[in-house]
Design a protein around this ligand. Structure first.
Ligand code: SAH
Length: 210
């Protein structure tokens, strides 16, 4: 089974829906973002270890989050939790500019190599738990680690009309939550499915600094 078969399966299940997101998933081969030791599992729909106790998210989860964020061609997008770089590559296919933050140094280097072909992605080694104000505002913000809460300071980094998608909850159980900022600056919150992500570290994380 190859990457196209994986995409077809996610389409049949109704998880991948929009043409642009489907095209992005076809362009990014998940096998390029898993360690050699996991190569035989690259097209399975489950998370895989990527080192440093972290994982590349399951493809259906990346699909759900990307569909929820729905980046447009000229959008500026912030990702918190680069990990393997797979989600960042998918975002780079869809958006104008992607900034992705990662707190684990060894993963930063690996992701930079894997994302070298994209001139619209910047991998920043930092604690992204409070966003990344240096490149704000963003049309989209995506957390790929479980946040206990989304601080007002992060929502401030969202442009009017922008969307923030994050797993929100404790380290055991989270709800995929979508925040939309209206043109008037008002925030609407929509709590979706129950999900399970690795804990967010850092200042606004799950109480684990490194
Ligand atoms: N988007 C990734 C999923 C990686 S798992 C992918 O496609 O592979 C979540 C990642 O978030 C881990 O690599 C973890 O190290 C990182 N992380 C956790 N807390 C963080 C923080 N405060 N700032 C930036 N990255 C963080």
């Amino acid at each position: 089974m190859g990457n196209d078969a994986l995409v077809d399966r996610l389409r049949r299940k109704g998880i991948l829906r929009s043409d642009r997101v489907i095209a992005a998933f076809r362009s990014v081969d998940r096998a390029d973002f898993v360690p050699a030791s996991q190569a035989e599992h690259a097209y399975e729909d489950r998370p895989l270890p990527i080192g440093a106790g972290q994982t590349i998210s399951a493809p259906h989860m990346v699909a759900v989050m990307t569909e929820a964020l729905a980046p447009e061609e000229d959008d500026a997008v912030l990702e918190v939790g680069t990990g393997s770089g797979y989600q960042a590559a998918v975002l780079a296919e869809l958006a104008g500019e992607v900034v992705t933050t990662e707190i684990v140094a060894e993963l930063v280097e690996q992701a930079r190599e894997r994302l070298a072909a994209y001139d619209n992605v910047t991998v920043v080694e930092t604690d992204g738990s409070t966003g990344y104000v240096e490149a704000a505002p963003y049309d989209g913000i995506l957390y790929t680690a479980a946040a206990p809460d989304i601080a007002a300071g992060v929502l401030d980094q969202l442009a009017p009309g922008g969307t923030l998608v994050a797993p929100v909850g404790d380290r055991h159980r989270q709800d995929l939550t979508v925040y939309r900022k209206g043109e008037d600056g008002e925030i609407a919150r929509d709590v979706r499915s129950s999900v399970r992500f690795v804990p967010l570290k850092g200042a606004a994380g799950q109480g684990q600094t490194r």
